[in-house]
Design a binder for this molecule. Structure first.
Ligand SMILES: O=P(O)(O)OP(=O)(O)OP(=O)(O)OC[C@H]1O[C@@H](n2cnc3c(O)ncnc32)[C@H](O)[C@@H]1O
Ligand SMILES: [Mg+2]
Length: 199
């Protein structure tokens, strides 16, 4: 059976990928299946650089086709921050602390100026392909005044989608995948990867 690895240790991302890439003719693994895999230094300056670092570190270790996601939240009133630093905005990788810091940075900023977007860059690397397949997705929303919803991960409880009158954390995985940055990027990947890959 063919195998593909998703180079993530984030259980929320893993769940979203698995939801789309299920029931196909390959086995999908993530780094959660390899808990001893060392931390990958994400010291690039763009989402694409960081996704490339992750995809190649994992592809080289396992010699298997590997997809990495680097993603983050860009808030207009904060000049695009936290951006590539989204995971460790408040210091260590702690969703509650990150959300608290975001709310405090936006204290007093009115609704119409709380515009933001989630961005996801996916890099698909394969030992038998010379060039990576790279796609991007985004979704626009507003940063809410307080967290709502228990689903999802990261900044989802604060990411409000006006068209749905819900935060991202109030959506099921399927609903999130239909509208999210990662969902859009995965959709693009799905259209291209089978023609691209040399198994
Ligand atoms: O690097 P991996 O192992 O994939 O997991 P990570 O959580 O460290 O992932 P990133 O380095 O790409 O950092 C992205 C951060 O941006 C935030 N983020 C990205 N996508 C999100 C989403 O769909 N919902 C909520 N927050 C998200 C969240 O805080 C993530 O930790
Ligand atoms: Mg990371």
């Amino acid at each position: 059976m063919k195998e593909i690895i998703i180079a993530t240790k984030n259980p929320g991302k893993a769940r979203e990928f698995k939801r789309v890439f299920n029931d196909q003719d390959f086995i999908l693994k993530t780094l959660l299946d390899f808990p001893d895999f060392p931390e990958i230094l994400e010291n690039g300056t763009t989402f694409e650089e960081n996704a490339t670092l992750k995809a190649h570190a994992v592809m080289e270790r396992f010699s298997l086709p590997t997809i990495a996601d680097d993603s983050g939240l860009q808030v207009d009133a904060l000049y695009g921050q936290p951006g590539i630093y989204s995971a460790r905005y408040a210091g260590d990788h702690n969703d509650a602390a990150n959300n608290a810091k975001l709310l405090s940075e936006l204290g007093g900023v009115p609704r119409e100026k709380r515009t933001a977007r989630f961005v996801s860059t996916l890099v698909f690397a394969n030992p038998k392909n010379e060039h990576d397949l790279i796609v991007e997705g985004e979704v626009k929303g507003l940063i809410a005044d307080f967290p709502e919803g228990d689903d999802g991960f990261g900044y989802d409880p604060l990411f409000y989608i006006p068209e749905l009158d819900k935060t991202m954390a109030q959506l099921s995985v399927d609903q999130k995948n239909q509208i999210s940055h990662r969902g859009h990027a995965i959709e693009k990947l799905e259209k291209q990867w089978q023609d691209w890959i040399n198994w």
